[in-house]
Design a protein around this ligand. Structure first.
Ligand code: AMP
Ligand code: MN
Ligand code: MN
Ligand code: MN
Length: 289
């Protein structure tokens, strides 16, 4: 292995394997995301819009122009254990795979009705016009997300930022939260593997599971062919990074480095700005050529 190849496979690679564009709930177009990643020194990038692969061709074209290595990705919404939403990031998929496309279309299909229900619930607590308001922030009509509602509610001056909108209105247990059935874990992993991809459990620190539930999720994910977990995530504290590094080793998962960038001013961390992965872990980017 020569030195250049070696860097490509090392933990020191500036890889960012999780971010969003206007094809889901990001603020920048796919081309703008790729240009920003490149300007920030990212050497390997995956675009992973929610339940949608429509932005990948534009992103790949831009990455090719800039000489930036690019991986096709998608972040799939999953309902686990009845009422817990978890996110699975797929990396290295064939975006044209018919089974994956049909699966994602099915997951997206419930979003509009859910959005109308959310608006009805928000109306009851005095936030009016939220459906139309959220739609003004939507780039892809098939992909109305809570993030678009959050932008509308913040714009109304009802909260100081998008984050506190979630704390007051949109998080589980709050007035605008509407329970929803996404894909099953089994379905999501079937679509990902059918499309030649690798499955990564996204931001496990955000799921608010007990230690016992988390271990059960990791066990089921492993049994069904899951390959990696996000150890470094924009959403993780330093303590969570250590915890998930330990769990990755224990369960035999590769590790991902994932900003989950949605846009300037709205995200925990910018593209490519997380610290390097701890040495002892296998970087997820060694799993695909
Ligand atoms: P949805 O898929 O419609 O349920 O929306 C989920 C999206 O909402 C996530 O991908 C984030 O972009 C955003 N989100 C969820 N929780 C929070 C939070 N606490 N703070 C900021 N954004 C959040
Ligand atoms: Mn999002
Ligand atoms: Mn997510
Ligand atoms: Mn995400």
């Amino acid at each position: 292995m020569n030195v250049a190849t070696d860097v490509m496979f090392s933990a020191a690679l500036n890889a960012d394997m999780h971010c969003h564009s206007t094809y889901s709930d990001g603020l920048l177009s796919p081309a703008e995301v790729v240009r920003r990643a490149h300007a920030n020194g990212v050497e390997l990038l995956a675009l992973t819009d929610h339940d949608e692969v429509g932005g990948l061709s534009e992103a790949r074209r831009t990455a090719n122009e800039l000489g930036l290595r690019f991986v096709d990705g998608v972040e799939i919404s999953v309902s686990w254990d009845d009422d817990t939403t978890v996110h699975i990031v797929a990396l290295g998929i064939n975006p044209d795979d018919a089974g994956l496309a049909a699966g994602l279309a099915q997951v997206r299909s419930g979003r509009d009705a859910r959005a109308m229900q959310m608006a009805a619930e928000l109306d009851k607590v005095g936030i009016h016009g939220a459906y139309e308001g959220a739609l003004r922030f939507v780039g892809n009509p098939a992909l109305v997300s809570r993030a678009h509602f959050a932008r509308y509610i913040a714009e109304q001056g009802l909260a100081r930022d998008v984050k506190s909108v979630f704390d007051h209105w949109l998080a589980k247990g709050k007035p605008g939260y509407v329970a929803h059935s996404w894909a099953t874990l089994d379905q999501a992993l079937g679509w990902i593997h059918g499309a030649g991809g690798v499955a990564v459990l996204a931001h496990p620190g955000r799921f608010r599971l007990s230690g016992k539930e988390l271990r059960r999720l990791l066990g089921e994910f492993k049994d069904q062919g899951g390959s990696a977990i996000e150890v470094l995530s924009g959403a993780h504290s330093a303590q969570q990074v250590s915890e998930f590094a330990r769990l990755a080793q224990e369960f035999g998962f590769a590790a991902s480095r994932a900003s989950d960038f949605h846009g300037p001013g709205e995200s925990w961390i910018d593209l490519g700005r997380l610290p390097p992965l701890p040495d002892k872990l296998t970087p997820v980017w060694t799993l695909f050529p």
